[in-house]
Design a protein around this ligand. Structure first.
Ligand SMILES: Cc1cc2nc3c(=O)[nH]c(=O)nc-3n(C[C@H](O)[C@H](O)[C@H](O)COP(=O)(O)OP(=O)(O)OC[C@H]3O[C@@H](n4cnc5c(N)ncnc54)[C@H](O)[C@@H]3O)c2cc1C
Length: 128
């Protein structure tokens, strides 16, 4: 079997990167290698099992103030793909979201399994 891209690590970053790449380049063959027993294990436990997917603060210049050690470096990436884009991506892939009073955004189901199911489904769709 030949692959054009090999992703080392089946965590949130590896899965999301692979899905976005596969959606941009349909037909591309991507292999995700995971050393652990299960992929997306940290996503499962994240946010106390609810997975805090992003923040309600959609203004990058305001959002960076919450990252005093990476304020400068994160500004560009947040303009490129910030909370608005994350929320839009998840919603367009079937995940309903809810924002709590403190700005944290979770799947409306209140369980990280929703995010895992979404990532697994998208990956399977992209690789068929
Ligand atoms: C208790 C807890 C709660 C958290 N809650 C949140 C939250 O609510 N929201 C949030 O955004 N973040 C949360 N985080 C941070 C969260 O861990 C990261 O957002 C997310 O997991 C980062 O994803 P990642 O893919 O970069 O890394 P990881 O999830 O660590 O994934 C990396 C993967 O690569 C694999 N790997 C490493 N080396 C190799 C190798 N050589 N070969 C093959 N596989 C390899 C690892 O086994 C792992 O599965 C939480 C973290 C913890 C510990």
């Amino acid at each position: 079997m030949h692959y054009q891209v090999v992703v080392i690590g089946g965590g949130a970053a590896g899965f999301f990167g692979a899905i976005v790449l596969a959606e941009a380049l349909p037909g591309i063959r991507i292999l995700i290698l995971e050393q652990g027993k299960n992929v997306l294990e940290k996503v499962r436990i994240s946010g106390g099992g609810r997975c805090n997917v992003t923040n309600g603060c959609e203004d990058p210049s305001e959002l960076v103030n919450f990252y005093p050690r990476g304020q400068k470096e994160l500004l560009g990436p947040f303009y490129h793909f910030g909370p608005s884009q994350m929320k839009a991506w998840l919603t367009s892939h079937g995940v309903q979201l809810k924002e709590e009073d403190d700005g944290r955004v979770f799947p409306a189901s209140n369980t990280s399994e929703t995010i895992i199911d979404c990532f697994r489904y998208c990956k399977n769709m992209a690789s068929t």
